[in-house]
Design a protein around this ligand. Structure first.
Ligand code: HEC
Length: 207
């Protein structure tokens, strides 16, 4: 019995050492494969896969940032937010609807490579429902149907919604929602139009 227990302990100890070493090797190998997979595209594609401090932390902590680190994390994200020059955080809902729906959010590859000055969409329907008439809606994110009806279009709701879209990690560390303003997918004005699409009583989201 005693011998058996020792053997198990020894194997477990050995197993742990071996696993850690293999993990490191695998991580390096994964990085190598990912990097080589993006070589054919424009230079920006290889730049895009380099992790910033936030992404590194999310990888290290497997998307669960320790509670004592969360405040600094979210403050760092908030500091990236830029606002429209007009100061208006809610713009034109009809334009916002187009941008929300446009699926060309951030193209990689060689067929239709994204250009730095391209006008991009948000591809929000990939993850969210919004206008109830849109049938091709994803459900990775919560439904946004009735968003303004539920929350009103108060300055607080507008500010929160703008900041959430600009940099989702400001409110939730390691969110699976892209940081659309921070990453330069959408301009501040485009985000303000999307905010209007979500909060305006005239928008189909709230009908
Ligand atoms: C890859 C999936 C994904 C995409 C694309 C995406 N989101 Fe999200 N979104 C999420 C997830 C997941 C959450 C919930 C977690 C969180 O709060 O970060 C969320 C949360 C939100 C919230 C907060 C909802 C609440 O109840 O407070 C808003 C607003 C929002 N998204 C708007 C948008 C808009 C607008 C776009 C397009 C510009 C968009 N999202 C694109 C995944 C996505």
């Amino acid at each position: 019995m005693k011998i058996k227990l020792i053997t198990v302990a020894l194997l477990t100890a050995l197993g742990t050492t071996v696993t850690v070493a293999a993990d490191n090797d695998i991580a390096a190998l994964v990085e190598q494969y990912i990097a080589s997979g993006f070589k054919q595209g424009e230079k920006q594609h290889t730049e895009r896969i380099v992790q910033d401090e936030t992404q590194k932390q999310c990888t290290t902590y497997r998307n669960k940032i320790p509670s004592e680190m969360q405040k600094a994390f979210m403050e760092r994200e908030r500091a990236t937010i830029k606002y429209p020059e007009s100061g208006k955080l809610s713009g034109n809902w009809e334009q916002g609807q187009k941008t929300f729906t446009d699926g060309f959010a951030w193209r990689v590859g060689t067929i239709m490579p994204d250009k730095p000055d391209a006008v991009r969409g948000g591809n929000c329907y990939a993850c969210h429902a919004a206008d109830p008439k849109e049938v091709a809606a994803g459900n990775i994110g919560s439904t946004l149907t009735g968003y303004g009806k539920l929350r009103g279009n108060t300055p607080e709701t507008i500010k929160y919604t703008y900041e959430k879209i600009y940099n989702s990690n400001t409110y939730m560390p390691c969110s699976s929602m892209p940081r659309l303003g921070h990453n330069g997918v959408l301009t501040p004005e485009q985000i303000a139009d999307i905010v209007a699409f979500l909060v305006d009583p005239e928008s189909p989201v709230n009908k």
